[in-house]
Design a protein. Sequence first.
Lengths: 910, 204
Amino acid sequence: PLRRVLLILPFGTPLGGVYKERTKDAARLSEFNGKMLLVSWEWSYVQTPYIIAIWILVASVAKILFHFSQRFTTVVPESCMLILLGLVLGGIVLLTSKKQLYQLEPGLFFLFLLPTIVGDAGYFMPARLFFDNLGAILLYAVVGTLWNAFCTGFCLYGVKLLGIIDQKVQAGLMEFLLFGALISAVDPVAVLAVFEEVHVNETLFIIVFGESLLNDAVTVVLYKVYMSFVEVGPENVQTADYFKGVASFLIVSIGGTMVGLIFAALLAFITRFTKKVRIIEPLLVFLMVYLAYLTAELFSLSAILSMTFCGIGCNKYVEANISQKSRTTVKYTMKTLASIAETIIFIFLGISAVDKSKWAWDTGLISCTLIFIFVFRALGVVMQTWVLNWFRLVPLDKIDQVVMSYGGLRGAVAFALVVLLDAERVPAKDYFVATTIIVVFFTVMFQGLTIKPLVNWLKVPRATNRKPTINEEIHERAFDHCLTAVEDIAGLNGYHHWRDKWEQFDKNYLSKLLLRKSVYRKSELWEVYQKINIRDAISVIDQGGNVLTSARLSLPSMASRASFPEVTNVTNYLRENGSGVCLDLQVIDNVPGAKVEEESETHHFLAGNLYKPRRRYQSHYSRHFMTVGDHERQDREIFQRNMKSRMETHSNGCFLSLLQRRGSDVKEQDLNDKPRRNVSWQDKDPVVVTVESEDEKGEHLEPEKEEDVGITFVARKVPDTPKERPKSVPAGLEVCQSPSVAPPSPTCSERNLPWKGGIGTLPVCVSMEATKIIPIDLQQAWNQSISSLESLASPPGPVEPLHPRVSALSRLGGQRPVSYSGSGVSGSGFGSRGAGSIVAQGIARFEFPPGGEEKEEEEGALSDQEQELQPLVSSSVRPPAPSPPGPGSRAEEEPLCVPEEPGHSAPSWQ
Amino acid sequence: MGSTNSTLSKIPNVEELMQETGFTPAHIVRLYDRFEALDKEKTGHLRPQDFGAINRLAMNPIGDRIIGAFFSPGQETVDFHSFVRILAHFRPADKKRPKDPSMPEPVNSRTSKLKYPPLVFSLISVAFQLYDQDKDGKISRAELLQVLRSMLEMQVTEEQLESIADRTIQEADLDKDDAISFEEFRKSLEKVNIDHKMSIRFLR
């Protein structure tokens, strides 16, 4: 019965036979001649990739399962569970095939699994933190590892002489030193796996983790040197060989670093020129970082060092050069690969242990090794820290030392190295392998399990998962300058002095060489500023309506802000001065009326139900351009320009002649709708929504137009505090948001309720080849965010009668930026009818020559009053408008439009 | 050690100074040498021009502000004692006496007890003064803009500068007076370990 169960794993056995069967492949063809098989069993053909894929699948599923129970995973680190799972799987395989088929192959490990993890670690290494602590890291990595290796090796030898280790273990001093070298290095994979869950403070983490990466050079050199010593025999080792060892260490470490840096520079340089081929940017990053690793291996330099420094070195420039989407892709892919590699490593570690050939147990050796590595690690840390604290600005205290000692985890690197040993030259290999497995398991499982309680118990300062605020960014920059100046005044050539020199050099030469021109001109602080804004915007959207509908909205980066109303002055001020675009996140203060809610509810319902069928129009596929064809790009540009100018006009509140821009506006608006959806949502990219929450100027839209930038929302504060702002001043954006239906002017409703505005666009989109629609899975989230935005609107106010014409126009133009995004999903709600009507209008107006923009201004002027008037949106479709005429006007128009729907409308602007 | 002692003997009240600032004799000697080197005319006082002569300082975007911090209002010169006392603010906290981060700087707590009027109260107020050039206890938008402008140089447009400044003020401004008071400044940095970020190591 057991047997039958195990047949589920039929691919277990044939691994060894793959190659033999491969050769039969040729014969296979001839076998079949004569008879035609509809289905044939091609196992041998797909076997290798199949097995690999299955293992990855197993690893992924295992990961998913472990994370089912929150409580469980907080106690037991994932690495422990994976090793246990590996043990179980290994047991199953062993039972079925009598022989362990799988183990962590050193080749596989060093060439594929390790690079993915190290690459990720290097690329995302917090560079500033790393270099701030470089001294400590180097000390621990070099001196600490040497100390551990020698002490462990010598002491094991001594213990052997004392007879505690069994005579079966045939090893001399060199063998023990070799073993000490490979067992003493702290392992990056294990450290990462365990420390990531513990969240100790950054300094502590970077020191332990940096050490685990940089000690690779020491390990590699020691390993090689001892191997050669073992090969020639200890008696033939000459003094010169020791010096060669030292020289070799310098070459391996410095050479590795140089290779990494060269590749970093190359990579950064190449990404300068990928503007037209964004799609290969992520690939380039992976390739070059991996090549740095392989090249270092090629010259037998320290590959981990090479890759780490390649990552650290290129990150700044590459991130600045590549597009936002590429950045996201790189990040996700790296994290995915690293996480899967880590999972596989731990599972295979578990599996490798279940192997009869490895069960060469010697209690003395194992217990002594465990004791020694622990004791010497602790001793080493204490001594080095003592020395280090003489020089460190921020001394490492006792608690830090305990965690550092305890965090000295051994892992897969040691295992892979010990498996690589040549059993003929190192007769005790089996004992060493067994001991290594035990040591790895002990450190990963026992220490991994207990380090969390220990950290809690010691009250080790934790990492705060807090993103810096703009204030901190600015002030810290100022501090850096300040300290540099103080060092200069005091005549010290200290750390800040050199850092400043480096920054000057970087700015004057490196960045010029490695950064795109467009990027080079950008200031980092400005980038930071935008990032913070984006973060705010995203979090606002993430939180959906909850935050927005409530009277207060607190952006994460503005912890101090108590409530919005008070903030308004700044915003008002800005908005009066500035010509920025504003998507006003803060109109929130206006309590959304019931009507809005009703409306939006209906809208969501309809959107959810009606839109999907349109997906069938989605036909655009290109392997080379992810999102944006020329067409789309153009559209987007138009969109942005349009948006910007529109917003400007809003805020300026000047009345321009209606006719001037009307036509173009309509057209642009409609076209724009589409690209937006495609671009940001379709790809599930983190949307680049630069919501400059309140104080934004729209100008920066322009510089950023690079196609990958995504769409920029610019939110501006709405001045709704009457005291501060006279009503007469056009409330630029509020207009948009206030759902209003003035009898003659449908304007507001369109502007406010995204879907209304969006309606016009739909037909167009459909007809265009590139039409994409928000993926279903995103729709809900999208709806939420939309609704939240909608709910912002609607300040009550007196309705101002508009001229019918104006209103019609404004309706067309009135879409808000928000609504664009919304329209994709939401447009469907009001569906074809509404859409048709608007489109029809659009067409009609379109004939009027130039420019639709003016209406904006009109809106702007009118809007503040209007919006106040109209609490909620009334629309043709649904709710009775607050002001009776609203629906009426709409209704009139509708019949007209309906017939014209998509087919008709599309051509007009395409 | 002989030269150390001879140098020390040239400095009046050196014991007091060392006790006050926590510098070791070696530090003091080193700083004294530096002081003398800066003091080209051997007047025993440094004038702003003397600081201006430091090349790298001239390249520092906020160098002039730092120089300004050495001169208490109304004074044209700074003598060695003040020089050392100000530098002492940037000395890392005493290792032997692990300091509660909420406590004020050791230097300043000591300083305030001594007869010399405290020029600055703590690191954070040093930092604050970098911005608050008119010493009205508030960082106004214009002051912030100035600092930003000098730090960012040509890299951003004026509009970008302004929006950064606005955002910054908005973020920190609790009482909505469109300026950052000292208290607000302190609050905005309370999550930052300012002692770590604002100290330098004085080599011997």
